[in-house]
Ligand binder design. Sequence first.
Ligand code: SAM
Length: 231
Amino acid sequence: MKNSEYDKRVFYSESKVAATYDNFRYKGQSGAYVNNRELATTISLLPSDGTILDVPTGTGRLLKRLNRNNFHRVGGDYSEAMLNQIDEKGISKTRLDAFNTPFENEMFDVVVSLRFLFHYSDINIFFKEVYRILKPGGIFICQTYRWSPLAWDIPVPFMVGGKIHIHSDNKMQKLFCKTGLKVIEQKSIFLFSPFFYKYLPFIIVKALDVFERIVPDKLKVDAYWKSVKEN
Ligand SMILES: C[S@@+](CC[C@H](N)C(=O)[O-])C[C@H]1O[C@@H](n2cnc3c(N)ncnc32)[C@H](O)[C@@H]1O
């Protein structure tokens, strides 16, 4: 793992970063729109119930949206400060390294990973770990970006949390296959990096929302992958 990537864990462990995370990423009406679309897209791919691990869970924004009667909810994250933002009863919190979790084999019906893969250039070991902890027939949902200025070697205004990495559709397909996971559904949203949506007036965001419907999926930025661990 490169030093700059290790620094991401340190960055998210700062209490000020954790305390302002949701408000900074999803501020205002345009930020709330981004949050809602990301979560609605993920939830539309979920099965109706089961034991679910959200890794890394961050402030638990996904788990808080899930019905507590249907899901046994587990959130794992390296940052204690991020986990401390979750105060909802019924969510089990585990401090962990996503590349080497403390869970037993075949524990989860579902594993979800949002806004994580782009932090690391090499995600092979994470995929092996997900495969290990998923039950046979279990579902893995994750998310990648197809392009972003945050991945380019140029200074980007307002950038926080460092450079990100692009994992192409082709590379992802090969990685799922190599790991023993079969891609069964894919959804794509946003015309450019959602990081920048929150700086736009909401009326523009609504116009982009309409325009997005006629744009082919391959040209959209944010890709959601649903895969199954084959028996
Ligand atoms: C951008 S946040 C995303 C959090 C959450 N998935 C979401 O969508 O809101 C990235 C998270 O990854 C966590 N993280 C980074 N590297 C990690 C690692 N190796 N193991 C576990 N968590 C890690 C950070 O602590 C941070 O909470």
